[in-house]
Design a protein around this ligand. Structure first.
Ligand SMILES: C[S@@+](CC[C@H](N)C(=O)[O-])C[C@H]1O[C@@H](n2cnc3c(N)ncnc32)[C@H](O)[C@@H]1O
Length: 269
């Protein structure tokens, strides 16, 4: 298990890098499935209590604030929460690990979101803790939205020459040189990180191209993800592809790199 904890430490260190923090500041739109989901659940959660987990540098904050001012964003990276406070000084942010939400009483939120695959940078045991904690802090019939990498997608490896597609040393020399530097950097990271991958019947921890192969990312098929949330008392009520289209759960699994899940907390009666 040693290497799993090493991977967790390594993933965590990436979210503290200023280049990464600023990269997320530059993204200020919703992804199509997020926009579809917020218009679906918006009327239900308007004015209700919202927890935005893995808020990063606050991309989702203004969109969720439009639905409710009863909002708090959390992230375990102090650099991320600090950036959020600078951007939105009147909004609540807290440094907090999603695996331990003991700062929040049970049933304290109506809507919890862990956007843009934040859940995938936590190891399997940690992921299960997050699901249990989210269930605990959600009110009965509350909604949990998250996205996760899809094990049925094709994962591009560091050494693939497709990284150079659309560039040419003659026609676009600067772009080509930049790609070549990133390619070399990605290869070096990949040599270091691929040996820590895990593949089993439920999920895979894969050294994918995110942040130039510097992370280990959790991949799970749609069906296994539905089973996983169900074991924690959630029903996946809607599932979305990256283009914002709804997936028919009984249809063939989508091949998108990641998938958005809308889950409803089941009540015990
Ligand atoms: C891919 S970034 C997404 C940031 C933001 N949600 C966005 O969409 O721009 C993932 C975020 O999840 C956070 N994160 C990862 N594991 C976490 C954990 N265990 N607890 C809290 N935050 C976590 C990271 O620090 C990072 O800010």
């Amino acid at each position: 298990m040693e290497h799993v904890f090493g991977a967790d430490r390594q993933n965590r260190s990436i979210w503290s890098r200023s280049r990464v923090v600023e990269g997320y500041v530059r993204t200020d739109t919703l992804q199509p499935p997020e926009a579809a989901i917020l218009s679906l659940v918006g009327p239900e959660i308007a004015g209700k209590r919202i927890l935005d987990i893995g808020v990063g540098s606050g991309r989702t904050t203004p969109f969720l604030l439009r639905l409710s001012e009863d909002y708090i964003g959390i992230d375990y990276s102090p650099q991320m929460t600090q950036r959020c406070r600078e951007r939105y000084p009147n909004v609540q942010f807290k440094e907090c690990d999603a695996r331990d939400l003991s700062a929040f009483p049970s049933h304290s939120f109506d809507f919890v979101m862990f956007s843009f695959n934040g859940l995938d940078y936590i190891d399997h045991a940690g992921r299960l803790k997050v699901l249990a904690e989210v269930r605990r802090v959600l009110a009965d019939a509350g909604i949990f939205v998250f996205s996760s990498h899809n094990r049925d997608t094709r994962i591009r490896r560091a050494w693939e020459l497709s990284h150079f597609s659309g560039t040419s040393p003659i026609l676009t020399p600067l772009r080509f040189a930049k790609r070549a530097i990133l390619f070399g950097w990605g290869m070096m990271n990949s040599i270091r990180n691929t040996k820590n991958e895990q593949h089993n019947d439920i999920y895979a921890l894969v050294n994918d191209e995110c942040h130039e192969y510097s992370l280990l990312t959790y991949y799970i098929s749609m069906q296994k993800q539905i089973e996983q949330v169900s074991a924690f008392g959630f029903t996946a009520t809607q599932i979305y592809r990256l283009n914002g289209e709804k997936v028919d759960i009984d249809e063939q699994a989508p091949l998108d790199p990641w998938i958005y899940y809308v889950c409803r907390k089941e009540t015990n009666n």
